[in-house]
Design a protein around this ligand. Structure first.
Ligand code: PMP
Ligand code: GLN
Length: 398
C-alpha cells in the first residue's frame, strides 16, 4: 500500500484524548482535559433545545445564523468597543478549533512563515505544517512566561505572513499585558503580517486581569482575526461553536475556508449561543468569579501537598512544578504515575512544545470542576503521597 499522508501519520493522538482515556481506564479523577464538570446556563441550553423543535433544522447560512452573527458583533462592541458588521465581518465555525484552521487557511500559502509562541495549543503546529507553511517558534519559559522580545522580533522577517497566539493562554494561565500586545502589534505592522488571535478564554480572567484583544490596538483592526468559543464562555465545551471577527477584507477567505471544512455549524446550537452572548454583565462577571474560587481552592491544595504552583491569571489551568515532591522523572512519567497510583489525571506540559528540549518537570491541572471533585482529587493525592513517604517517587517512574 502507498504511504498515507506523512504529516498525519507522524502526528500522535492528542494528549487530551490519551490522558482522558487513561483516566477512565484507572478510575482517576480527570483534572487533565479542560472541560467543566458542570453544565452551562439554563437559558442558553433551553434556547438550543427549543430551537431543535421549531422546524429550522436544515442548513443554516454559511457564515452563521443572523441572530448569532448579530450577537457576536454586539458582544465585541459591549466588551471591547470593537465595531464589526455582523453581515460581512463575523463567521461562525464548529468550535474555535475549526476557526483556527480556517484563519490559517485564509492567509497562508505554502512557504509562508507563521510565528507561533510555545507552549502552544496542540492543533497549531500540525495545521501550519499541513498548509505547507513554515512555523517559526518562539518560546516562553516558566516560571514567568515572559515574552522574549528580541527572539520574537528575530522570528519575524520578510516571509512572515502571520502570527498565531493565544491569550489568556493555555496551559500557562498567562494574560498578555497591553505593553506585550503593543510590542506584538508593532511587529505585525512592521512586517505587514496578519494576526490570528485565539481568545477562547477571553472571559476567564482573575484578580482584576482584563483580557485585551490585539484587534483593539492601533493599526490592528484590519490585520487581526479574533477567535472566541462558546465552549469556554458558556461552559459547554461539547457544543463546538466558535466565532471569528475580522475585517471585511479577510472575511471572504475565512468563509471560504469554513465552506471547505464544515460549511455550517448546527443551527440550534448557534441560536442558543446567541442568547448566551446577550446575557447580562453579571453572568460574565460570575463566570470568572466562580472559576477564580475554584482556581484558589486547587492552587492552595496543590501548594499544601508540596507542588510548586505557578500563578494563573486566566484560563482553566494551573501549571505545577512537581520536582519539590521528590520526583525526578519527566512529566509524561509523572502524569502516568499520578493517574495510575494516585488516581488523579493531569496533563504533561511538554505536550505543548514542539521539540524534545522542552522543560519537562511541569504538570497542568484543570480547575473547572466542582468543589467536591477538587477536594476529592486533593485528598487522593494527599493519601498517595503519604503512602509513598520515605520511598523515592522515581522508583515507580518506569
Ligand atoms: N484554543 C485553545 C487555546 C484551547 O484551549 C481550546 C480548547 N478547547 C481551543 C482552542 C478549542 O476550542 P473549541 O472547543 O471551541 O474548538
Ligand atoms: N482545550 C482543552 C484542553 O486544553 C482540550 C480540548 C481537546 O480535547 N481537544 O484541555
Amino acid at each position: 500500500m502507498k504511504p498515507q499522508n506523512d504529516l498525519l501519520s507522524a502526528t500522535g493522538t492528542t494528549i487530551f484524548t490519551v490522558m482522558s482515556a487513561l483516566a477512565v481506564q484507572h478510575g482517576a479523577i480527570n483534572l487533565g482535559q479542560g472541560f467543566p464538570d458542570y453544565d452551562g446556563p439554563d437559558d442558553v441550553i433551553e434556547a438550543a433545545a427549543a430551537a431543535l423543535k421549531d422546524g429550522r433544522n436544515q442548513y443554516p447560512p454559511l457564515t452563521g445564523v443572523p441572530e448569532l452573527r448579530a450577537a457576536v458583533a454586539a458582544h465585541n462592541k459591549r466588551f471591547y468597543g470593537i465595531e464589526a458588521d455582523p453581515n460581512s465581518e463575523v463567521i461562525v465555525t464548529s468550535g474555535a478549533t475549526e476557526a483556527i484552521t480556517a484563519c490559517l487557511m485564509a492567509v497562508l500559502n505554502p512557504g509562508d512563515e507563521c510565528v507561533l509562541i510555545e507552549p502552544l495549543y496542540d492543533t497549531y503546529l500540525p495545521v501550519v505544517r499541513m498548509l505547507g507553511a513554515i512555523p517559526k517558534l518562539v518560546r516562553l519559559s516558566p516560571p514567568k512566561w515572559e515574552l522574549p522580545r528580541a527572539e520574537l522580533a528575530a522570528a519575524f522577517g520578510p516571509k512572515t505572513k502571520a502570527i498565531l497566539f493565544n491569550t489568556p493562554m493555555n496551559p500557562t494561565g498567562k494574560v498578555f499585558t497591553s505593553a506585550e500586545l503593543a510590542f506584538l502589534a508593532s511587529l505585525v505592522e512592521k512586517h505587514d503580517a496578519y494576526a490570528i488571535c485565539d481568545e477562547v478564554y477571553e472571559h476567564l480572567t482573575f484578580d482584576g486581569w482584563k483580557h485585551i484583544p490585539l484587534m483593539t490596538l492601533p493599526g490592528m483592526r484590519e490585520r487581526c482575526m479574533r477567535i472566541g468559543s462558546a465552549g469556554k464562555t458558556f461552559s459547554l465545551t461539547g457544543w463546538k461553536v466558535g466565532y471569528i471577527t475580522c475585517d471585511r477584507s479577510l472575511a471572504p477567505n475565512v468563509a471560504k475556508a469554513h465552506q471547505n471544512l464544515t460549511f455550517t455549524t448546527p443551527p440550534n446550537l448557534q441560536r442558543g449561543v446567541a442568547v448566551g452572548l446577550a446575557k447580562e454583565d453579571a453572568y460574565f462577571e460570575g463566570l470568572s468569579t466562580s472559576l477564580q474560587a475554584r482556581r484558589d481552592r486547587l492552587a492552595k491544595g496543590l501548594a499544601e501537598l508540596g507542588f510548586g504552583v505557578l500563578p494563573t491569571q486566566g484560563s482553566y489551568f494551573i501549571t505545577t512544578d512537581f520536582r519539590p515532591l521528590g520526583f525526578n522523572g519527566d512529566d509524561v512519567a509523572f502524569c502516568r504515575m499520578l493517574t495510575e497510583e494516585a488516581k488523579v489525571t493531569a496533563i504533561p506540559v511538554t505536550a505543548f512544545y514542539a521539540s524534545a528540549d522542552a522543560p519537562s518537570h511541569y504538570a497542568r491541572f484543570a480547575f473547572c470542576k466542582g468543589e467536591a471533585v477538587i477536594d476529592a482529587a486533593l485528598e487522593r493525592m494527599r493519601n498517595w503521597l503519604a503512602s509513598r513517604s520515605g520511598r523515592q517517587l522515581t522508583a515507580v517512574a518506569g
